[in-house]
Design a protein around this ligand. Structure first.
Ligand SMILES: Cc1cc2nc3c(=O)[nH]c(=O)nc-3n(C[C@H](O)[C@H](O)[C@H](O)COP(=O)(O)O)c2cc1C
Length: 399
């Protein structure tokens, strides 16, 4: 398997040579691309000698614009190398390079390559603590994680600039283990058809007002991306969210989600219902805007369809995973849901208090299986939790 190692210009550049070696020791072929800044710290020759491959720095370095035929070889390396890459790791990732990746800027080989590569992207930031804490760095990281980029958080410790705080590159071993684990899982869902649902649904009260809930869709999108990275053929059905995914089917109401899910579920090997469709909707939608009036407004609600229950009833060999967003009696309610809806796994999330999973970048969860086993997963990023859930799904598929 091939890892593209992007090295940007920070003091931790020298550690990239150890990362390269560590990845090779695990059997991966590593090709290196460096920013101009990185070449100020370590020469391309070091990586050339260690990797056994050409090191890419400048997008225009060869050949000339007037070259033809064999002389033109290498001009599209940013595309060709991207096609062969199984994982793109940027380590160290500087504040500047993180900003370029978040903004889609493509002004050197590494950043142009980032736009061409479809393999999973992992970044290991390293910078001074003040830079790390800067709102623009944090906002850029949020943009990238929202797109499915995985971040190996830096450590807190003493820096080269003689200050103390968060920002020191994660240990080489941690980075190598992370990449290696990700690649080992990278094809375990190959050929499997996985249907994922995400986000809230919306029900109208009148032509301008609606009711919805606080689901952001982060968990469902993280699962869809992780399943795709592991080789699955993924269909994602989502309520209104700010995220995007290739081919995502957008729905608005619970009934629209129900219809889309039932249409796609028959062909799926795995259905993961991470969406939070509304359980109730207004019994009737006012045809005109309800006028402001004193004395308040009463709206009568009726139950919506129970999509998960319907899937559980019709299931025929499909692995069915549900989520239970609970504010109390988490495990008891989760077990009850697993049984009453004929699920194979239920992921129970707390959705009240400081640990609330709603709209959070992290979540803790308990994964309950049909044999009654419970795995307590500590608080972790939603992409990491997505992989933990898919580990369980992969195990069930291989039974
Ligand atoms: C000695 C020195 C050490 C630096 N270390 C870091 C660092 O650890 N992290 C970082 O984000 N920037 C660091 N910088 C600043 C970057 O090199 C600078 O922002 C550069 O423009 C980054 O370009 P690049 O991301 O294209 O490599 C350092 C600069 C110098 C001079």
């Amino acid at each position: 398997m091939k890892v593209a190692l992007g090295v940007s210009g920070g003091i931790a550049c020298y550690k990239a040579a150890e990362i390269l070696r560590g990845l090779q020791d695990r059997g991966f072929d590593v090709v290196v691309m460096m920013t101009r800044g990185a070449t100020q710290f370590v020469t391309p020759l070091t990586f050339r000698a260690l990797s056994g491959h050409k090191v890419y720095v400048d997008i225009f370095e060869s050949p000339s614009a007037t070259a033809r035929g064999a002389d033109f070889e290498g001009a599209f390396d940013h595309i060709l190398v991207a096609q062969e890459t199984d994982l793109f790791l940027v380590a160290p990732a500087t504040a500047g390079t993180i900003a370029k990746l978040a903004g889609g800027i493509a002004d050197d080989f590494l950043t142009t390559f980032h736009l061409a590569v479809t393999a999973p992207v992992v970044i290991a930031p390293a910078m001074n603590a003040r830079m790390w804490n800067h709102p623009s760095v944090q906002a850029n990281l949020k943009t990238l994680t929202g797109r499915g980029v995985r971040v190996i958080d830096p450590e807190t410790g003493r820096m080269a600039c003689n200050t103390y705080g968060p920002g020191r590159l994660a240990p080489v071993e941690t980075i190598v283990d992370y990449v290696s684990n990700l690649l080992q899982r990278s094809k375990d869902l190959k050929g499997r058809r996985v249907l994922v649902t995400a986000g809230p649904t919306v029900e109208d009260i009148d032509p301008v007002r609606f009711i919805s809930n606080r689901s952001s869709g982060k968990m469902g999108f993280a699962i869809a991306r992780a399943a795709r990275d592991r080789g699955a053929d993924v269909t994602l059905i989502s309520g209104p969210t700010e995220f995007d995914f290739p081919g995502v089917i957008r729905v608005r109401t619970t009934e629209e989600m129900r219809r889309a899910v039932l249409e796609k579920a028959a062909a799926a090997d795995v259905v993961i219902k991470a969406a939070a469709p509304l359980d109730f909707r207004p019994a009737s939608v006012a045809p005109q805007k309800i006028k402001k009036r004193s004395g308040g407004l009463s709206v009568e609600f009726e139950p919506t369809a129970d999509i998960l229950k319907e899937l559980g009833t019709m299931k025929n060999g499909t692995i069915l995973v549900g989520f239970a967003a609970e504010t109390e009696n988490h495990l008891a309610n989760g077990r009850e849901k697993l049984k009453s809806k004929n699920l194979d796994l239920v992921v129970v999330n707390p959705v009240s208090g400081p640990d609330s999973a709603f709209d959070s970048d992290t979540s803790r969860a308990s994964i309950i299986d049909a044999d009654g086993g419970t795995e307590d997963v500590p608080s972790m990023s939603k992409p990491e939790l997505a992989d933990r859930i898919l580990d369980r799904v992969a195990r069930l598929l291989s039974k």
